[in-house]
Write a protein that binds this ligand. Structure first.
Ligand code: FMN
Length: 181
């Protein structure tokens, strides 16, 4: 049966490496009958969490970030959430981190978000796969906290410039990820 999939990207490079893998994943997931809603965090303005703890005190998830409020209902409805991003300084890029932090509003708001599937697509310049730990581990821990099941990770080292991903099996692995949703 087709699932509702939310894909949240974190690169500002529209033609970059993580977007190429994202595009491959989305195409494959849609071909399998899943419904994909995509949110390109770095192409929007989303600040960080202000820790005001007024989440959902109105009908809005977040009192400050209307861009997050646009995607919050889809996250609540989703069967699967896929995060895609490059590594920035051994960590999660600021733009998508703002969105990830805003997901805390669903917890503070007491929403039932358990039981979703979660996956990660990421890449970095260096050849050492552990460079991606700073992205992988927080996503895995957040998924565990939210009682989401990690169903797949595409971790591609050794890609710096636009197009480098084509010299790897990253896009194929992203297509394969759609098989396990
Ligand atoms: C601000 C910034 C910080 C980066 N930090 C790292 C890093 O710590 N380690 C690494 O291997 N690559 C790092 N990179 C390289 C990117 O992860 C790499 O170029 C990646 O392929 C970019 O993905 P994209 O094309 O989807 O944006 C950094 C790039 C930028 C712009």
């Amino acid at each position: 049966m087709g699932k509702k999939v939310v894909v949240i990207t974190g690169s500002p490079r529209r033609n970059g490496n993580s977007f190429a893998m994202t595009d491959a994943f989305v195409k494959a997931a849609e071909a399998k009958g899943h419904t994909v809603i995509r949110f390109d965090a770095a192409l929007k303005k989303v600040g960080g969490c202000r820790a005001c703890e007024t989440c959902f005190s109105s009908e809005k998830a977040c009192a400050f970030h209307d861009e997050f409020n646009m995607i919050a209902p889809a996250i609540l409805e989703a069967d699967a959430i896929v995060f895609t991003m490059p590594v920035y300084w051994y960590s999660i890029p600021a733009q998508i981190k703002g969105i990830i932090d805003c997901i805390f509003s669903l917890v503070v708001g007491g929403k039932d978000i358990a039981g979703k599937e979660c996956a990660l697509i990421t890449c970095c310049e260096e050849d050492d796969i552990s460079v991606m730990d700073g992205v992988r581990i927080p996503i895995e821990r957040m998924a565990a906290f939210n009682k989401w099941k990690m169903i797949g990770e595409v971790l591609i080292p050794g890609v710096l410039n636009v197009g480098d991903i084509d010299k790897t099996d990253g896009c194929k692995k992203a297509v394969d990820l759609a098989d396990v949703i």
